[in-house]
Ligand binder design. Structure first.
Ligand SMILES: Cc1cc2nc3c(=O)[nH]c(=O)nc-3n(C[C@H](O)[C@H](O)[C@H](O)COP(=O)(O)O)c2cc1C
Length: 219
């Protein structure tokens, strides 16, 4: 059995998303002690911004006429897709940055999405069990001043759940900047509750992920 784990936090030493991902992973490994965890750390090893355009233009170019950069980009896209297609379950940990999706995650998704197995016509990931852990420094719940400013979570759900068709569960933790930014000190108790709830959700999600099997669903 193989779990594919992708991390996108640019601050690994203090990362809340990685800590929640660890809880999910622990449950997976407890249920499948002989399994392999394949890791892709987008902070340590970012996808070059040039890879996606090179893979796209390479796809429009006859194989014999492709540049070296186009060949390399297509080979990297194949590797990224292999990691997803061959895994039994998937775990993504992705923070909110600048009110939008992590640029590292977007560069990774765009490149992987050029592979024919998982491009708009590809169906290889349909029904595959997956967990998305996402963390937000602030709080964007209904009724809060910045309701509607989180432009990451809905996009992540859209591409993972609707475009790739993953059998997705989402663990979200808001207010991770409470205790870091003194302006948010008034929310200490609420943030502690949110943290405890997210940790419990991560454990539950890990157990579910470990119990599920990939049955490819129709498009
Ligand atoms: C450069 C940068 C930009 C950020 N932008 C936002 C933001 O727009 N909204 C927000 O709620 N939190 C923002 N945050 C806070 C992060 O979402 C928060 O610290 C989160 O916990 C980071 O994930 P990690 O703990 O896994 O590293 C930002 C953090 C950094 C470092």
């Amino acid at each position: 059995m193989t779990l594919f784990r992708l991390d996108a936090s640019i601050l690994p030493a203090t990362s809340s998303s990685r800590a929640l991902g660890d809880l999910v992973e622990e449950q997976w490994v407890a249920a499948h002690p002989d399994s392999t965890v394949v890791r892709r750390d987008l902070a340590a090893d970012p996808i070059p911004a040039t890879a996606w355009p090179n893979a796209v233009t390479g796809g429009f170019t006859p194989e014999a006429d492709r540049s070296e950069a186009q060949r390399d980009a297509i080979a990297l896209a194949t590797t990224l897709a292999d990691e997803l297609v061959t895994a039994d379950a998937l775990l993504f940990t992705v923070p909110l940055y600048n009110f939008g999706v992590s640029q590292h995650f977007k560069a990774w998704f765009d490149l992987a999405y050029t592979d024919p197995r998982i491009n708009p016509e590809g169906t290889a990931l349909r029904g595959k069990p997956a967990t998305l852990v996402t963390v937000l420094g602030g709080n964007y719940s209904p009724g809060t001043p910045k309701e509607g400013w989180d432009h990451s979570t809905s996009w992540l759900r859209r591409v993972l759940e609707d475009v790739w068709g993953l059998d997705l569960r989402v663990v979200q933790r808001e207010f991770t900047l409470v205790g870091v930014n003194p302006a948010l000190d008034a929310f200490t108790d609420m943030a502690a509750e949110i943290k405890a709830g997210a940790e419990a959700a991560a454990v539950r999600s890990g157990r579910e992920l470990a119990a599920l099997r990939h049955t490819q669903t129709a498009a």
